[in-house]
Design a protein around this ligand. Structure first.
Ligand SMILES: Nc1ncnc2c1ncn2[C@@H]1O[C@H](COP(=O)(O)OP(=O)(O)OP(=O)(O)O)[C@@H](O)[C@H]1O
Length: 344
């Protein structure tokens, strides 16, 4: 549905001579119906990337295809038309203060030449969809941040887009409003069959709603994939950003062996504990880590300190590995054991 191929965006530098490479050869594919995230530190190129998808910025090179249409091949007037199939939601809502909630939702339809009665009808339906049917006549100043973002989402959906782009859509909201706006985005994605690309610097947002994500650093994609796959890789920059690895020296100086285990629905900690305690007769202590719900599944990274007769530990780890469990033995100095035989 969204496909970027080797996209580069170079700006003239703002406060000095020379250039800034904001996006540096990004290739990205988001399937129809997918909820995809782009994460990365400040200045990594996230906002530029999302603006390249609807050609608010034209790439310096590379191609952008949305819904089978190569936008980068189109002249500006055709791009404006194609952009109607791409809704956008911004961090600071960008509502028109002088208009009511309904007036804001109607605005893009007015620009598209849709008649008054049809505009009204669609705005009413959309405000109902986002739970603000009762506030149609309220002005932005009379609405909370979360309500303003709901109006902005209704407005973004007014032209019946197939794709919704969200640029830090919850970054200006408190925790409760963030949760309800994310829930709304998930719901409209399912009910309207949208493809959503969401830019955020908050990993909690990605964990709450995304099916997949890419990690940007200095304009380049350094990691990415479906979260269910990324989180079972054991170690990757994106997995580490989503579920920080427990600190290895948490158990230093206590003897025994330290194990770093990735927990999933398919390989829950009970399987690991059964092998270590039940079969090998070891004592197991949780030295660190956490287990969370990510993309609807249960994932975690645990640091276990095992003590007792460790002679059969390597064989036990191999058996776990053969059963699909991602487990590393952590050497005393804190790195991941190379070639432990149990690392995937
Ligand atoms: N119009 C522009 N002119 C010049 N430089 C720009 C322009 N837009 C972005 N940049 C630069 O490109 C780089 C990427 O910026 P961008 O805003 O895309 O990053 P970001 O990851 O969204 O950051 P943040 O999370 O802080 O918003 C930065 O170095 C920024 O200063």
């Amino acid at each position: 549905m969204i496909e970027l191929t080797d996209v580069r965006k170079v700006f003239p530098a703002r406060r000095r001579a020379g250039e800034v490479v904001a996006v540096d050869g990004v290739s990205l594919r988001v399937q129809a119906g997918e909820f995809a995230g782009v994460v990365g530190p400040s200045g990594s190129g996230k906002s530029t990337l999302v603006r390249l998808v609807n050609l608010l910025e034209r790439p310096t090179s590379g191609s952008v295809t949305v819904d089978g249409q190569v936008l980068t091949d189109l002249p500006d007037d055709r791009v404006r038309e194609a952009r109607r199939a791409i809704g956008m939601v911004f961090q600071h809502f960008e509502l028109l203060d002088s208009r009511t909630a309904a007036g804001n939702v109607e605005h893009p339809l007015e620009l598209a030449g849709v008649g008054r009665a049809e505009r009204r009808r669609r705005a009413t339906d959309l405000l109902d969809l986002v739970g603000l049917g009762e506030r149609a006549e309220a002005r932005p100043a009379q609405l909370s941040g979360g309500q303003k973002q709901r109006v902005a989402i209704a407005r973004a959906l007014a032209a019946r887009p197939k794709v919704l782009l969200c640029d830090e859509a919850t970054s200006a909201l408190d925790q409760a409003s963030t949760a309800s706006v994310l829930e709304l985005l998930r719901r409209v994605r399912s009910e309207l069959g949208l493809t959503v690309l969401l830019i955020t610097h908050e990993m909690a947002v990605v964990k709450a709603v995304c099916d997949s994500a890419v990690l940007l650093e200095r304009g380049r994609v350094v990691d990415g994939g479906r979260l269910s796959e990324v989180l079972t890789r054991g170690h990757s920059p994106l997995a580490d950003a989503l579920l920080p690895a427990p600190v290895a020296d948490a158990g230093a100086g206590h003897g025994g062996a330290l194990l770093r285990v990735t927990v999933t629905d398919r390989t829950p900690e009970t399987v690991v504990l059964q092998t270590l305690i039940g079969e090998l007769g070891l004592a197991v202590e949780v030295a660190g880590g956490s287990v969370e719900t990510v993309a609807g599944g249960r994932y975690g990274r645990l640091l276990l300190r095992v003590t007792g007769d460790l002679d059969r530990l390597e064989a036990g780890l191999r058996a776990l590995h053969d059963g699909g469990v991602v487990v590393d033995r952590v050497p005393a100095h804190g790195g991941v054991a190379a070639g432990s035989g149990a690392t995937r």
